[in-house]
Design a protein around this ligand. Structure first.
Ligand code: PLP
Length: 401
């Protein structure tokens, strides 16, 4: 009962067993929670993390920890990656990757519509370090191509993109990046999860997940990770993990390990319920638009079928008066929580008005604003379908719609 080899096993077996092993001392079957911040070496060794090769095993929990390592190995197996590095949150993972790979004078091409924290970080913080940023509509290959410059070092894709569920073709974008000499292709794959999409197999160099969402899955632990090649992750570990210090707590890693074990079966249930709820919404007289990649009405349904093995539980819908519906939701919803975040076993819904989001975060004008409005109109409800019964979710919605 040593560590199992991951590659030949099915995805459900991998989710449960990869990264784990029976504890050789206690024979414990479930993963140990090791909270120790320091580890006693068996001989005198170096002091800086730069001299890690002089150590056997673990040294200090900001460098690595056995419980976090188990989670990293499980995530590598799920994503088909050589290596994984965990962080304290999805944003800690994203900022580690952006700041760890980009330098003064570099140019970043990024999805014009993506997670608000990432959008604000690249617009407000990166330029302070002399990094140029161009937000583009990643579903338009010509626009992406026109935005690439000789100093474009990274392309950052998010698909499906928060909050409008617009998709980007990872394989086509990675091919374009290669042809144009862009060094790094990074994909925030939080909405798809490793069960839906495996960006590394489509040509990406790095994958980012907020573990707070589907992978943890129960709304009780924040975390994030970056996956990719071993050599790239080692460099990132030294700079962004050890020096920036945003490491994942072993306790959170232990909770997320437990959640990750059921990821494949949860994703199947999320998808099944989401499809039923999306069809209900599409047929409701007070709903004007529904965007769910699994519906034939999604403008990129064909790409979704090619790129997503699971359509996940995320959707967006519009009604005539969103602000009024949001108020009714806060007051009257019984099962669905009116709250931010996503990917939990509980259903979560949130109103995202276009004008406010443009002012606070995206700041689109002209063509980009028009394209955003094509999906979002005056605003969308971002809806994360949980694992409750579809009939109960629909009944809850029917009461407020
Ligand atoms: C939530 C989220 C993040 C940030 O993750 P945190 O764990 O909240 O820091 C990044 N990207 C996407 C797509 C997200 O949904």
């Amino acid at each position: 009962m040593d560590k199992i080899s991951n590659r030949q096993k099915g995805i459900r077996t991998t989710a449960i067993h990869a990264g784990e092993a029976v504890d050789p001392v206690s024979r414990a079957s479930s993963p140990n929670l090791v909270m120790s911040s320091t580890f006693a070496p068996t001989e005198v060794a170096g002091f800086s993390a730069r001299n890690r090769d002089s150590y056997e095993g673990f040294v200090y929990a900001r460098v690595s920890n056995p419980t976090v390592k188990q989670l990293e190995d499980k995530l590598s197996a799920l994503e088909g990656a050589e290596a994984c590095q965990c962080y304290a949150s999805g944003m800690a993972a994203s900022s580690a990757l952006l700041l760890g790979r980009l330098s003064q004078g570099d140019h970043l091409v990024i999805s014009d519509t993506n997670y608000v924290g990432t959008a604000e970080l690249v617009r407000d913080s990166l330029p302070r370090f002399g990094i140029e940023v161009t937000p583009v509509d990643m579903s338009d290959l010509d626009m992406v191509e026109r935005s690439i410059r000789p100093n474009t070092r990274m392309m950052w894709i998010e698909t499906p993109a928060n909050p409008i569920m617009r998709l980007a073709d990872i394989a086509a974008l990675a091919r374009l990046a290669r042809a144009k000499g862009v060094c790094d292709v990074a994909v925030d794959s939080t909405f798809a999860s490793p069960i839906g999409t495996r960006p590394l197999e489509l040509g990406a160099d790095f994958v980012v997940h907020s573990l707070t969402k589907y992978i943890g899955g129960h709304g009780d632990a924040m975390g994030g990770c970056v996956l990719g090649r071993k050599a790239d992750l080692e460099a990132l570990n030294l700079e962004a993990t050890v020096h920036y210090g945003g490491v994942l707590s072993p306790f959170n890693a232990w909770l997320i390990l437990r959640g990750a074990a059921t990821l494949p079966i949860r994703m199947r249930a999320h998808e099944e319920t989401a499809l039923a709820v999306a069809r209900f919404l599409e047929g409701h007289k007070n709903v004007t638009r529904v965007f769910y990649p699994g519906l034939a009405s999604h403008p990129q349904h064909e790409l979704a079928r090619r790129q997503m093995k699971n359509f996940s539980g995320m959707m967006t819908f519009r009604v005539a008066d969103g602000a009024a519906l949001a108020k009714r939701m806060v007051e009257k919803l019984e099962i669905i929580h009116y709250a931010v975040s996503l990917g939990h076993h509980r259903s979560l819904v949130y109103w995202i008005p276009t004008d406010a989001l443009m002012r606070s975060t995206f700041r689109h004008e002209g063509e980009l604003l028009k394209r955003y409005r094509d999906f979002a109109g005056d605003g969308v409800f971002r809806f994360s379908i949980g694992l409750e019964d579809a009939e109960d979710i629909c009944a809850d919605l029917d009461e407020v719609l």
